[in-house]
Design a protein. Structure first.
Length: 350
């Protein structure tokens, strides 16, 4: 696959690929697409194949959630990490799909817990098929992921995957415990997003290192890259919930507020805003119904208090740490792409 990694993207049908980088600096977007187009096509083919089952509802719901515009970031990172460690075969895409399936399962379960109505600009699966079906299909995706991983016969890969899914479950519970909690501190919140988001991205990168034949140093470096990238990714998500557009986000602006989630921009504002504004933030956040006007009011206060700038700065710091973790690797197309992805994470709009 070393030749495929450098394929010209003009030979790939971009319309058939997921929207990995829909908005952003054109030169960076094109640069990343030029390197990953073929890999994304391979990943898509494996997703479709591995969703096959004798139970039609599983395939329908599975394809609905995986085909709703996902970025395929996690499987792509596993493929790039394995290549960075010297892998040159074509058996990586199947293993990479494990991380997309686990991610899709968490989205299905999250939407049930959050009573979500939209996911990536489409009706959330639970609003179409109901909560029981969606939870069970999420369970299927988890089980399929373990089945695929076990098939590779590497206990280290299985350990990394099971550790990640355990921590993710803990993160979900931590988030539930902190629902509607305005007293959550920054360190506590970072722990939540590390477990909910960063550990799976980190596991994808670490698994790529193991699968690619990397040693302990390479595995540690890619694990660190993934964790810092994942934290940066989620922190930018935090800011976009205030500053994004519904059409870009695929969900209402202020969605986290509506779901009772105090994210870092709000946490920072509650510490740094003027007393009257802090009181107003608490009044709106704890009200039973948060209107669009309320969201705009909170956004204004969060912006004035430096919450957006602070969170963006933290994201940039973690993106830089991710890039620094790659220093041990020699220059290569895979390394350059991983560096570009870290840069893109901090300027994306979705």
């Amino acid at each position: 696959m070393d030749n495929n990694s450098n394929s010209d993207f003009k030979n790939v049908d971009a319309s058939a690929l997921p929207s990995f980088i829909p908005v952003g600096p054109a030169n960076l977007k094109e640069k990343i697409y030029a390197r990953v187009g073929t890999d994304l096509a391979r990943i898509e083919a494996e997703i479709d194949r591995l969703l096959g089952t004798d139970i039609p509802l599983i395939s329908v719901v599975g394809r609905y959630i995986t085909g709703s515009g996902g970025k395929r970031l996690r499987p792509l990172l596993m493929v790039l990490a394995s290549r960075l460690c010297g892998y040159k075969g074509d058996d990586d895409a199947k293993l990479a799909v494990v991380f997309e399936f686990v991610h899709a399962a968490t989205l299905l379960h999250d939407d049930v817990v959050d009573h979500a109505e939209l996911r990536r600009s489409r009706p959330a699966a639970n609003t179409v098929w109901g909560n029981p079906a969606v939870v069970l299909v999420g369970d299927f995706l988890y089980s399929r992921s373990i089945q695929i991983a076990v098939g590779y016969g590497d206990i280290r890969i299985q350990e990394v995957l099971l550790s990640a899914t355990t921590k993710m479950s803990e993160g979900e519970v931590l988030q539930l415990v902190n629902s509607d909690n305005l007293e959550i501190g920054e360190s506590e919140y970072l722990e939540v997003i590390t477990r909910k988001t960063a550990v799976l991205i980190s596991a994808a990168c670490q698994t790529g290192a193991i699968f690619g034949g990397g040693g302990e140093a390479e595995e540690k470096a890619l694990k660190s890259y993934g964790q810092n990238l994942g934290i940066a990714f989620q922190l930018i998500d935090d800011t976009l919930d205030f500053t994004g557009e519904a059409e870009e986000l695929g969900k209402p602006v202020g969605n986290d507020l509506q779901e009772g989630k105090a994210t870092l921009p709000l946490i920072h504002a509650l510490k740094n805003a003027k007393a009257a504004e802090r009181l107003r933030l608490r009044q709106i956040f704890t009200s039973e119904d948060i209107s669009a006007e309320n969201v705009r009011e909170i956004t204004d206060i969060v912006g004035r208090s430096g919450g957006i700038d602070y969170t963006t700065s933290k994201a940039s710091t973690h993106a830089l740490r991710a890039k620094e973790a790659l220093r041990i690797f020699p220059e290569s197309p895979a390394k350059e792409t991983l560096q570009d992805i870290a840069d893109y994470v901090t300027c994306r709009r979705t």
